[in-house]
Ligand binder design. Structure first.
Ligand code: NAD
Length: 478
């Protein structure tokens, strides 16, 4: 049996307190309610820390602090705000090794990903939006775009610090203040970020972090002192929030679920496509809203491609997230593991064929092996529902038109991939896909300058790039 051996030298570089309060008005404060929650390492089920649960009254305190801070923060010249945001970016870079370990401990993702993907992108977002803070008048959003006020931001657990960066960096650059609620299973890097705000001497109340579950998020988005709501999470909760906000003057952006098609045409460079498929669905254990969870492969190459894919999957290493050789880490929670198991069982009972490479799983923690389903029909649940785990559903097509029709046959529309050596076929296909992002001959590439967001049930509004500013500015006031 596989022996799970934590890497103590890496674990030692983080300093996790036994318990955390809320970060309001630049101070650590105790939540008013008694409720506390344990955040655990999903790879070992070890308790990492106790977290305070913010009540409605705590959310109210945080929003009041953000309202007060808004007056001075929004009046600062953009160049002054930029200095603070640059400082935050620099501190993130300086502390990136520690933050990467913290993220891997709380989330379960491999250190290679948190260190080489998440953290560099987090810093890049703060650098990028710091650069906009004094150029808003030149953003093409009117000569005098103004901040909206207090942003209430709710984020998920799959990229905890990166989702925080996507939300907080543009909000601050535009002169808004923030109350952010991290996901209940991954609060630690958001709480470390609170410390970074203090280190950067950010004025009190500009960023407030309230930890808690869905009820805390619901109290935040409904609070009358919040002017703008930014939510990333499930389509189901996104719908609830849209209903809560209907009839209010609050601005809303929703980044929700996905069921992306990764389309491989017969002329594609096969080895490159295999790498793209693996990265598309097994990166971050498939806990990725834009994961390439449906492989659409042209019938003529399906046999060869699947053989090459299976050979590659047999080389992936699953295990200790802190081991630099690990490709597949832990599933983030027992609840998420149960959901992946349930949908995989549905795949089998609906008649698809399930395959995983030989892959011993650790005794403790939450784990799921890389899994491929072939013989998948469009009507199967595993072809329609977001699994949010390391599970690939394979479908085939004969013609480009059929590929497009199948790719678009989903309630979602967040991302897609197209693999072909023919530029004309790539453009023909991409222009017909109803997806916010289309990658060609690559997958899961992100850049702070590129807008990201969905069509249909994947939400609305864009984060990233100049478009990301629109969500945080009142630019229709004239
Ligand atoms: P979730 O919707 O269950 O939770 C997301 C956040 O919302 C958490 O912080 C949660 O506490 C909070 N929440 C729950 N109920 C709430 C309510 N009624 N009001 C306000 N807040 C509430 O989603 P999750 O399981 O944490 O994350 C996975 C989902 O997020 C997937 O569907 C994934 O596709 C999506 N996601 C989308 C993007 C994107 O950019 N489109 C990025 C990452 C994740």
């Amino acid at each position: 049996m596989f022996e799970y051996a934590p890497a103590p030298e890496s674990r030692d570089i983080v300093d996790i307190r036994p318990s955390y309060g809320l970060f309001i008005n630049g101070e650590w404060v105790e939540p008013q309610g008694e409720e506390r929650h344990k955040t655990i390492n999903p790879a070992t089920e070890e308790v990492l820390a106790e977290i305070g649960w913010a009540s409605e009254a705590d959310v109210d305190r945080a929003v009041q602090a953000a309202r007060t801070a808004f007056t001075t923060w929004s009046a600062l010249p953009g160049a002054e705000r930029a200095k603070y945001i640059f400082r935050i970016a620099r501190i993130i870079q300086e502390r990136s090794r520690e933050l990467a370990v913290l993220e891997s401990l709380d989330n379960g993702k491999p250190i290679r990903e948190s260190r080489d993907v998440d953290l560099p992108l987090v810093a890049a977002h703060f650098f990028y939006y710091a650069g906009w803070a004094d150029k808003l008048a030149y953003a093409g959003l009117g000569v005098d775009p103004r901040p909206l006020g207090v942003a209430g931001q709710v984020i998920p657990w799959n990229f905890p610090l990166l989702m925080l960066a996507w939300k907080i960096a543009p909000a601050l650059a535009c002169g808004n203040t923030v109350v952010l609620k991290p996901a209940e299973t991954t609060p630690l890097t958001a709480l470390a970020f609170a410390e970074i705000c203090r280190q950067a001497d950010l004025p009190p109340g500009v960023v407030n972090i309230v930890t808690g579950a869905g009820a805390t998020g619901a109290a935040l988005v409904a609070h009358p002192g919040v002017d703008k709501v930014a939510f990333t999470g499930s389509t189901e909760v996104g719908r609830k929030i849209a209903r809560t906000l209907a009839g209010t003057r609050k601005k809303l952006t929703l980044e929700l679920g996905g069921k992306a098609a990764n389309i491989v045409f017969e002329d594609a460079a096969l080895d490159q496509a295999v790498e793209g498929i693996v990265n598309g669905i097994f990166f971050n254990q498939g806990h990725v809203c834009c994961a390439g969870s449906r492989l659409l492969v042209q019938e003529s190459i399906a046999g060869d491609l699947l053989e090459a894919l299976k050979r590659r999957l047999a080389t992936l290493r699953l295990g200790d997230p802190l081991d630099k050789n690990t490709d597949i880490g832990a599933i983030n929670s027992a609840a998420q593991l149960a959901k992946i198991r349930e949908l995989s069982a549905a795949g089998e009972s609906e008649g698809a064929e399930r395959w995983s490479p030989p892959c011993p799983l650790p005794d403790r923690g939450f784990w799921f092996p890389p899994t491929v389903f072939t013989g998948v029909a469009q009507s199967h649940r595993i072809a329609r529902e977001e699994i949010f785990g390391p599970v690939l559903s394979v479908l085939t097509f004969r013609t480009p038109a059929e590929a497009v029709e199948k790719a678009n046959n989903t309630p979602y529309g967040l991302s897609a991939g197209v693999w072909t050596e023919k530029g004309s076929l790539m453009l023909w296909t991409a222009s017909r896909l109803r997806a916010g992002v289309v990658w060609s001959n690559t997958f899961n590439r992100f850049d702070p300058a590129s807008p990201f967001g969905g069509y249909k049930e994947s939400g609305y509004g864009r984060e990233g790039g100049r478009h990301g500013l629109e969500a945080y500015l009142d630019w229709n006031h004239r």
